[in-house]
Design a protein around this ligand. Structure first.
Ligand code: HXC
Ligand code: NAP
Length: 280
């Protein structure tokens, strides 16, 4: 679909780039000519990913909850590649729980990674771009429920909504510096990280799947291709936009009459008859 030089020589930094969707995006970006830097807390995971990926991959461990570690990591990437062109804020933490069971520390565990971590990383990279007078692109990975909210993952929903607000706010404020902001809102992509925490039983997994009009989960490559387009120069006029990639899932939850999908053809004959009679 893409020319193999779509991202040629772009230096792309991905937080949470050693696993799941972060790694899938990195692999695709390498195929399209990018030079990659990945970061997360676990150095051994990064080292393994870097050795298995096909292309130039620099890695440095960093906890995005700690601004000093972020500054050191960003300096190391700049030292290695000379610059950063694209930042992908992908690192996240999440788990499902009744909200009334959460301790303040449990709330912080998610907010500190997702909202503060994304904000700190954005600030560190953005300040450097502005000072250096260079342009760049930031892509934030949110969730479909960043816009709607969701029960049982409330710290994540609140944090991702904050990240979406950050995306839209800086799209305006930092455009004058040539910094573009975009976001992707994924639906269901069965990664080990997400599924072990959010759909740990086949029943839960099946329940989630039944919410998707296309009746399937997303392929990592589908998300990686969307990300590649959004960070490429072809998307240069897209700023502040969030693109949902969820097989129509959130819309199925939203439409008032969507549960009529359960009505069989036979039942529709009776229902149609009744509703026609209702006309008079
Ligand atoms: C209730 C929980 C809990 C749970 C942890 N806590 N898990 N409370 N239910 N399932 C509480 C702990 O009891 C503790 O509070 C506090 O949270 C901190 O716990 P730690 O284990 O010390 O946290 P930490 O080591 O910082 O780990 C953060 C984490 C962990 C978020 C809890 O899961 C993590 O590292 N996740 C990273 C990867 C990840 O989550 N990937 C999924 C992304 S998927 P107390 O008060 O007891 O001390 C995603 C979207 C998916 O984001 C959307 C759709 C499919
Ligand atoms: P994942 O593999 O668990 O990815 C999360 C990554 O974040 C891990 O690599 C983890 O690495 C890193 N991370 C966590 N805490 C960190 C911290 N404090 N500092 C630095 N890195 C940290 O799960 P995923 O499914 O690929 O999720 C990737 C992104 O997609 C997340 O933003 C998630 O919210 C979003 N998303 C996923 C889905 C889905 O269905 N999979 C749906 C909607 C949105 P370490 O543990 O080594 O730090």
């Amino acid at each position: 679909m893409f020319d193999a030089s779509l991202l040629k020589d772009k230096v792309i930094l991905i937080t949470g780039g050693g696993t799941g969707l972060g790694r899938a995006m990195g692999e695709r970006f390498l195929e399209l000519g990018a030079r990659l830097a990945i970061t997360s807390r676990r150095e051994e995971v990064l080292a393994k990913a870097a050795s298995e990926m096909d292309g130039e991959v620099f890695y440095k461990s960093c906890d995005v909850r700690d601004p000093q570690q972020i500054a050191d990591m960003v300096s190391a990437v700049e030292q290695h590649y000379g610059r950063i062109d694209v930042l992908i804020n992908n690192a996240a933490g999440n788990f499902a729980s009744p909200t009334e069971n959460l301790s303040p520390r449990a709330v912080d565990a998610v907010l500190n990674i997702v909202l503060h971590g994304t904000f700190y990383t954005t600030l560190e990279v953005g300040k450097r771009w502005i000072e250096q007078g260079v342009s760049g692109t930031m892509l934030n990975i949110v969730t479909s429920y960043a816009s709607t909210g969701s029960a049982f993952v409330v710290p994540s929903a609140a944090a991702k909504a904050g990240v979406l607000a950050l995306t839209r706010s800086l799209a305006v404020e930092w455009a004058r510096h040539g910094i573009r902001q975009v976001a992707i809102a994924p639906g269901l992509f069965p990664t080990d990280g997400a599924w072990s925490r959010l759909a740990p039983t086949p029943e839960l997994s099946e329940k989630l799947l039944n919410r998707v009009p296309l009746r399937r989960v997303g392929e990592k490559d589908e998300l990686a291709n969307l990300a590649a387009y959004l960070i490429s120069d072809y998307a240069g006029y897209i700023n502040g936009e969030v693109v949902t990639i969820d097989g129509g899932e959130w819309l199925q939850g939203a439409g008032q009459f969507n549960d009529l999908l359960e009505v069989t053809n036979e039942q529709w004959i009776d229902l149609t008859d009744l509703s026609r009679k209702g006309k008079s």
